[in-house]
Ligand binder design. Structure first.
Ligand code: AGP
Length: 603
């Protein structure tokens, strides 16, 4: 997620902006920049990499007197992390920063280019400043009217600030889908994408609502929505920075579980169309000559890979095999150039996965990576990369990265099915309709969270857990077991439900906790009989299902759904929260579990 700061007033602006961006570092970024307008003077500094690079570039610059200013830390979603792609983006006499995704940017870009506008960057954001100047300078609209008309043209999620030489006493703002707040300290006005950048500066704050926009001048802010101008009231600003970074949640992992619904919309934006799937970054020719997909990953990313193997074969009719990277590296694998080698990695720096990718490339295979960090080693090493757009994931136990990886792979299986013409339009439409319900399926309800909080007290001992599922719910069972192991330190195994009778059922007794994933849309009768076999041997059963199951000792009710993937994502949230609540009861460090690192960059 990108970070935004803004300031209007007489104080020195560079320090205010850089201090504010420093407070946003926890959100992750790959480049940063600031812009200042003081009367007729326009200043703009940008740098790739850490903020130190931007500080170095601005060390001899200091603003003087009244002015308007904006700053930004960028987490790449469109276009590589380069100085040209860093924000603020410049038109002829205006600057803009933006957080979110402009879904119709290509249409706007084509319109502007046909009118002779030259684009410097690959970003969606740059369209904002050129559209503004089109209305302001070429159609002679006032700066505010031009800004209003610009915002009306944008589709998608955005929080944006714009400053312009044609209104050097104002900052224009708009919020729709991405966070933005306005801070007040006397006549000075601040903007930020979260509290922390302005704690210790602003005294009062107003959190913008979706659809609100307007402008700030000295001592005044004019706020509008689709119904016209509106009044607003401020409240005292939070002063605790650490809790502000967690935005009120107890842990980053908890925050990231709750963020899954929102980031999933970003992951899908611009890719899930009304009746088709598109990936600008994946040329259809990638599949030329390809007869098999081999996916390679570690840990949680291996679980999304395993899930994808069912989808690639079922939807795209492409043979798919999955490898654990640390095994793949030393097994002397048989590789051929009709294989597409796919690597999945949240960090893009996992040593085993990176080395496996290099092996495949040495063998002449085409490569595609699904990753959350642009410009990471795995992204740079791959022929093609798809970003999951989950934003930085700070909890060591992966949650939103797994969810967005799985969504990207589901979309990719449909994209490949379109290319290979292995899916009819009706089936494709059914899949797309189901996808559109995923953000809702990921919403965490108080009922569910409270239920899991209460339930967790019963699962703090025992001699272990089995998470069981069938088909795509088997990789989900593996993932649920890993989540629990990682943060509770209790032993848990994920297992194919049909395999329990081939040995593991010998463990069944009242101290064996079985978390049974029982979707109604896929093999329900099969999983039900597997669970009955366990219950008959006195295993303690916690069933997660839309269908009440009378043999369950505990039951977590999920929604009846029209598609297995909707049940998949809802059950994923339940297993994540169960692990979280058990870990909390055991007083473990949820975000930084013992012995673990967020990225395993060594063998
Ligand atoms: C998952 O919760 C763990 N943090 C770990 O298994 C992780 O998924 C694995 O190390 C792979 O990391 P990557 O996705 O960054 O490659």
């Amino acid at each position: 997620m990108c970070g935004i700061v803004g300031y209007l007033g007489k104080n020195e602006k560079k320090e205010i902006l850089l201090d504010g961006l420093q407070e946003l570092e926890y959100r992750g970024y790959d480049s940063a920049g600031i812009a200042v307008i003081e009367g007729k003077q326009l200043y703009n500094f940008k740098a790739v990499g850490k903020l130190e690079n931007l500080k170095d570039k601005t060390k001899s610059y200091f603003s003087e007197g009244f002015g308007v200013s904006i700053g930004h830390t960028r987490w790449a979603t469109h276009g590589k992390p380069t100085e040209l792609n860093a924000h603020p983006h410049l038109g002829a006499y205006s600057y803009v920063v933006h957080n979110g995704i402009i879904e119709n940017y290509q249409e706007l870009k084509k319109e502007l280019q046909s009118e002779g506008v030259n684009f410097l960057s690959q970003t969606d954001t740059e369209t904002i400043v050129h559209i503004f100047e089109k209305y302001n300078r070429r159609e002679n609209k006032t700066p505010f009217e031009a800004f209003k008309k610009t915002i009306e043209r944008l589709k998608g999620a955005f929080a944006t600030l714009l400053i312009t030489e044609s209104a050097p006493d104002a900052i224009f703002f708009a919020k729709n889908g991405s966070p933005m707040l306005i801070g007040f300290d006397g006549a000075d006005v601040y903007f930020a994408s979260s509290d922390t950048p302005i704690i210790g500066k602003a005294k009062e704050v107003y959190y913008l609502e979706d659809g609100e926009y307007g402008y700030a001048k000295t001592g005044e802010v004019k706020l509008f929505n689709k119904d016209g101008e509106r009044t607003f009231s401020t409240k005292p600003l939070n002063t605790d920075k650490t809790s502000a970074q967690k935005e009120g949640y107890r842990f980053f992992m908890e925050k990231e579980i709750y963020e899954q619904s929102k980031v999933m919309s970003d992951t899908m934006m611009g890719r899930v169309k009304d009746s088709s799937i598109t990936f600008d970054e994946v040329d259809a020719s990638l599949l030329d000559g390809i007869k098999e997909i081999k996916i390679c990953a570690c840990g949680t990313s291996y679980h999304s890979a395993l899930t994808a193997s069912y989808l690639f074969e079922r939807l795209a009719k492409i043979r798919c095999s999955v490898e654990i990277a640390s095994e793949f590296r030393y097994k002397e694998p048989l590789l051929s150039d009709d294989m597409l080698f796919v690597t999945i990695s949240q960090s893009g720096e996992t040593a085993d996965t990176l080395e496996a990718l290099k092996m495949a490339k040495r063998a002449g295979l085409k490569s595609l990576s699904v990753c959350n960090v642009d410009n990471s080693s795995i992204v740079r090493e791959s022929d093609t990369a798809i970003l999951t757009r989950a934003g930085i994931e700070k909890g060591v136990a992966s949650t939103k990265a797994f969810a967005t990886q799985t969504m990207v792979l589901w979309m990719l299986s449909l994209y490949f099915a379109q290319i290979k013409d292995t899916i009819d339009q009706k089936k494709l439409q059914d899949e797309i309709d189901a996808m559109r319900h995923v953000p809702k399926a990921l919403l965490v309800t108080d009922t569910l969270h409270n239920k899991l909080h209460r339930l967790s007290k019963r699962y703090l001992h025992g001699h272990g857990f089995f998470f069981i599922g069938r088909d795509i719910f088997y990789p989900l069972a593996l993932e649920g077991a890993l989540k629990l192991k990682e943060i509770s330190y209790l032993h848990a195994e994920g297992y194919p439900a049909g395999e329990m009778k081939h040995g593991p059922i010998a463990l069944a007794d009242s101290e064996l906790f079985t978390i049974a994933l029982m979707p109604k849309t896929l093999h329900y009768d099969k999983i039900k009989s597997n669970v009955e076999e366990l219950s008959a041997r006195d295993a303690t059963i916690c069933a997660i299902s839309p269908e009440p199951f009378e043999l369950a000792d505990d039951f977590i009710q999920t929604e009846y759904a029209t598609h297995p993937m909707l049940e998949f994502f809802e059950m994923m949230v339940a297993t994540q929260l169960l692990a979280l609540e058990i870990s909390v009861r055991l007083s473990n460090d949820v975000d930084m579990p013992r012995n673990l690192a967020k990225s395993v960059t060594v063998e």
